[in-house]
Design a binder for this molecule. Sequence first.
Ligand code: HEM
Length: 434
Amino acid sequence: MIGHAGRLAVDPLGFLEQQRAVGAVVRLRLVGRDCFLINSAEAATQVLVAQQDRFDKGGPFMEAARQLVGNGVITCGAEDHRVQRAEMQPAFSRGRVAAYSEVMRACAEEATASWKAGRPVDVGKEMYRLAALAVARTLVSAPAGRQAASVMAEALPQLLRGLLRRMLIPAAWVHRVPTPANQRFDAARARLDAAIAEVVAQYRRQERDRPDLLSRIMAGEEGGGRRPDDAEVRDQVMSVLAAGVETTASLLAWSFQLLARHPEVRNRLWEEVDGALGRRPVTFDDLPALPFTKRLLTEVLRLYPPTWLLSRVAVRDAEICGHPLPKGADVLISPYALQRDPDVFPHPGRLDPDRWLPERLTTAQRRSFLAFGAGRRRCMGEFYGMTETTLALATIARSWHLRPTRPEPARPVPRFLLVPARQPLVPHRRGDRR
Ligand code: HEM
């Protein structure tokens, strides 16, 4: 009855990688639903870009996500998306991100202010705190925004585990049974809902006082005068927190886990950061002088894309690489599996930032790199996220050197997003080589 769901639940990453050899499009059976897994960059480009009018947000992954973020910009259908994206896009422009950059850098300094040399830190948690602070200060700046980000930090692991179960077992009744796991999920969601309701209420009370994304949306400035109701605003706050915090936190946590085990890569990062900055703090204008840092972050995203699975539903009959996909079919695309295709990325498990050097970059690599998605639904926060993580990496690398506590590398944990298993690292002051 459960079809492939069992194997997908037990070892999703291994299962998806195995399927790559089966064909460009593979039909899976997930608890009574047919689902098509897309296994080649060409087929993924067809779904996400060339034939994007035939595919909308949907499928088990999105249905699960809607239980958390409702009908916000990440999950909404094509019709609502046009309006919602236009409302939010200006907040992610180059100029706006440049204006946020000083706050982003300050967040990295603040997040590491309590580190003590030699005392292990839970780097996943620390990076989450940094990312939550940055989004709360730049995009959702009401005092309750920070509170909502910290409630989300506490509730998210529970919610993400629950969403993964809902995605793999897409049968609503299973999740209504009052099991301890379902009760924990419902309680975590209720806590988060209450925190977000307070954000919305604060914005309603003083919406004109803040120059950030949500006050503008609420005041109707970005949407040509359209003022969304509380439910729409709630979904948008939830979407920005869900899209903008765990993704960058995961990217930074993976970066430090990998740097701790690759001294040759870490030395090149130090060389670049020290050469570009000397003793002064990093600014937005330094970004062009940090190309290795950018390649490193891109390579980390290739190895461990936080959004390891994308999902769509066919809204019209389609044909992808010779395979008919009927209207209503669920479609899954795994950036994780495509970005580890050895035909496109030789030695795919190796951390090699230089594979992104312009002279080594191939069209196949570019097409297979789907960490930010593609087409109309491509990540809106890509520039924001890359700026935040570059500034954070440069700020932390100037002062700190993080060493592993265990011999084995951190294991990837595919929750709703892909995160490293908890593994503390030990910070040491740069220059202190003990
Ligand atoms: C390393 C960091 C990030 C990664 C890897 C990432 C990845 C993605 C991916 C893969 C999608 C497309 C999902 C799909 O097609 O189903 C997406 C969408 C989105 N992301 Fe990001 N993201 C990151 C950072 C951010 C940040 C920092 C923000 C905002 C603060 C953000 C906001 C969004 C939004 C609003 C969408 C929905 C776009 C739409 O449907 O039009 N992301 N992201």
